[in-house]
Design a protein around this ligand. Structure first.
Ligand SMILES: Nc1ncnc2c1ncn2[C@@H]1O[C@H](COP(=O)(O)OP(=O)(O)OP(=O)(O)O)[C@@H](O)[C@H]1O
Length: 231
């Protein structure tokens, strides 16, 4: 299958640090592709480089079209939705206002889908987003990406800091969302990756050291330990 997103020779230098050193991988047009790697490997920077949030060199092709040189707003308009690690919630605004701010273009905006997937966001529409739990804030962050007609979602560590029960809820949500749109997911929770990811990309010190099927990596304890430092 032709990949939807193709990244080649991506370099990011910040100050004197050469953070990404020629990252390249392809993301299929369906399912969940998980980006794995130890702390500081360059996972978040990879997502930010794809979105043009950090200065980079290299190639990013979306459905065959080169988007690497475009500014972030133009990349986002091509259909890449982003749920950042800090969730990017406006704490002082209501849930509904947070969703409205994410509306891109004239729409249609898929409120029906978002409220069907997250009934709580409708019930809590008038609540200030800063008073939501971490899991609820994550639902706002993912809900915002689903409002628009995105071709791919880039989701950074959605379960970070969440209680185990909430991690399961977020996993359910991602699994459902992935039926609508492919997801490139940075995630440290390997149980969640095992459950929802189809493909994996492992990054180490700013380079790709492994790509393949999630199941074959995670069913190989020696390889998992070698690449990720955990059993
Ligand atoms: N703005 C910056 N200025 C300087 N160094 C940075 C900057 N952003 C990231 N780095 C460094 O680049 C490396 C990769 O960071 P990145 O956040 O991409 O890693 P990560 O794999 O997402 O790690 P984590 O799992 O800890 O979030 C780290 O060593 C980090 O300290």
């Amino acid at each position: 299958m032709t990949p939807l997103l193709e990244i080649a020779d991506l370099h990011v230098r910040i100050g004197s640090s050469h953070i990404l050193q020629g990252i390249g991988f392809a993301v299929p047009a369906t399912g969940v592709t998980a980006v794995l790697g130890r702390n500081g490997a360059g996972k978040t920077t990879t997502l930010k480089a794809v979105l043009g949030i950090v200065p980079k060199t290299g190639s990013v092709r979306l459905d065959g079209e080169e988007i690497g040189a475009l500014p972030t707003h133009a990349i986002v308009r091509r259909g890449l939705g982003y749920a950042p690690e800090d969730r990017g919630i406006f704490a002082g605004l209501t849930v509904t206002e947070n969703l409205r701010l994410a509306e891109r273009g004239r729409g249609p905006h898929r409120y029906d889908l978002v409220y069907e997937m997250f009934p709580e966001l409708k019930q809590r529409g008038a609540q200030r987003a800063g008073t939501l739990s971490g899991g609820q804030q994550q639902m706002v962050a993912i809900g915002r990406t689903l409002l628009n007609d995105n071709r791919m979602l880039l989701v950074d560590e959605p379960t970070k800091g969440l209680a185990p029960k909430i991690v399961t809820e977020v996993a359910d949500v991602l699994e459902r969302a992935a039926r609508e749109v492919p997801i490139l997911l940075v995630e440290q929770n390997l149980a969640l990756v095992r459950r929802i990811a189809d493909h994996v990309v492992v990054i180490e010190q700013g380079t790709v050291v492994h790509t393949g099927e999630a199941a074959s990596l995670l069913s190989d304890p020696d390889l998992t330990r070698e690449l990720l430092g955990v059993a």
